[in-house]
Design a protein around this ligand. Structure first.
Ligand SMILES: NC(=O)c1ccc[n+]([C@@H]2O[C@H](COP(=O)([O-])OP(=O)(O)OC[C@H]3O[C@@H](n4cnc5c(N)ncnc54)[C@H](OP(=O)(O)O)[C@@H]3O)[C@@H](O)[C@H]2O)c1
Length: 228
């Protein structure tokens, strides 16, 4: 049977690549954007119906509720919340304003879990919820410091996702994956990053397709287990 996925935050970068990768593997994909998304629209037009597009800004509960109702009775084998932001470029705890830190924590830590919770009833038994975190969210692997605000937002996502796994997923047969995509050449990762989008999303899709089982795992795009 055809597998179904929803990729949240697919207008560009890794999210767009994920939509194309899963469609290329035969999945039926709903890909979301916040507004006009010409790259995603072109990918949808070229996908022979494998990619359809919906709208959501995960920061706003009413927007997530509108997405949920637009999805009708669609069920998914995969809900992938990819949307994220770097936050203020200065990355400094000395310089950050209350509005900047609130916006960063909302988009990277709180809103992904709220979105996953809203979509949880749509996840088929044996399915997967994937959250795009970062190796920078690991406390154990943080030997360098720097990028403190972004690190804190992804560490918070990691922490809150454990509560989601225990209390919301509970006894259901659903895999929860916190995934690090590698350091990827995108608007966020920059031109000097290690790998291109195609390499990252091919690895991530293989991880999703192969790492089943009722567990909450923190993995990179090669399937390597990361220390929390
Ligand atoms: N690139 C890397 O090296 C790297 C490394 C580790 C982790 N990550 C994580 O991977 C994910 C994708 O990163 P990327 O490099 O592809 O970044 P990107 O090119 O900046 O793309 C970010 C995506 O998230 C969407 N988004 C941001 N805020 C949103 C919101 N409130 N609601 C809905 N969508 C929202 C953006 O939509 P708009 O087009 O509307 O802005 C865009 O589609 C992020 O979670 C990022 O933290 C990236």
């Amino acid at each position: 049977m055809t597998k179904t996925a929803i990729i949240i935050g697919a207008s560009r970068g890794i999210g767009l690549g994920l939509a194309q990768e899963f469609a290329g593997r035969g999945w039926q994909v709903v890909a979301t954007a916040r507004g006009a998304a010409p790259e995603l629209e072109a990918a949808g037009a070229a996908s022979a119906g494998k990619i359809t597009i919906e709208t959501v800004d995960i920061d706003h509960k009413d927007s997530v509720a509108a997405l949920d109702s637009a999805l009708g009775d669609t069920k998914f084998d995969l809900v992938f919340v990819n949307a994220g932001t770097y936050g203020p470029r200065h990355g400094s705890t000395d310089e950050v304003t209350p509005d900047e830190i609130a916006a960063l924590m909302m988009t990277n830590a709180v809103a992904p879990i709220r979105t996953a919770r809203t979509l949880l009833p749509r996840v088929a038994d044996g399915g997967t919820i994937a959250l795009m975190t970062s190796v920078l969210g690991s406390v154990a692997l943080n030997t360098h410091g720097t990028m403190d605000l972004y690190r804190a937002s992804k560490a918070s996502l990691n922490t809150i996702s454990r509560g989601f796994f225990v209390h919301d997923i509970g006894k259901r047969d659903i895999t929860l994956l916190n995934l690090h995509p590698g350091w990827v050449k995108t608007a966020m990762g920059g031109d000097g990053a290690d790998i291109d989008v195609a390499t990252s999303v091919a690895g991530l899709a293989t991880v999703v397709e192969t790492r089943h089982g009722k567990a909450h795992r923190y993995l990179d795009y090669t399937g390597k287990e990361l220390a929390w």
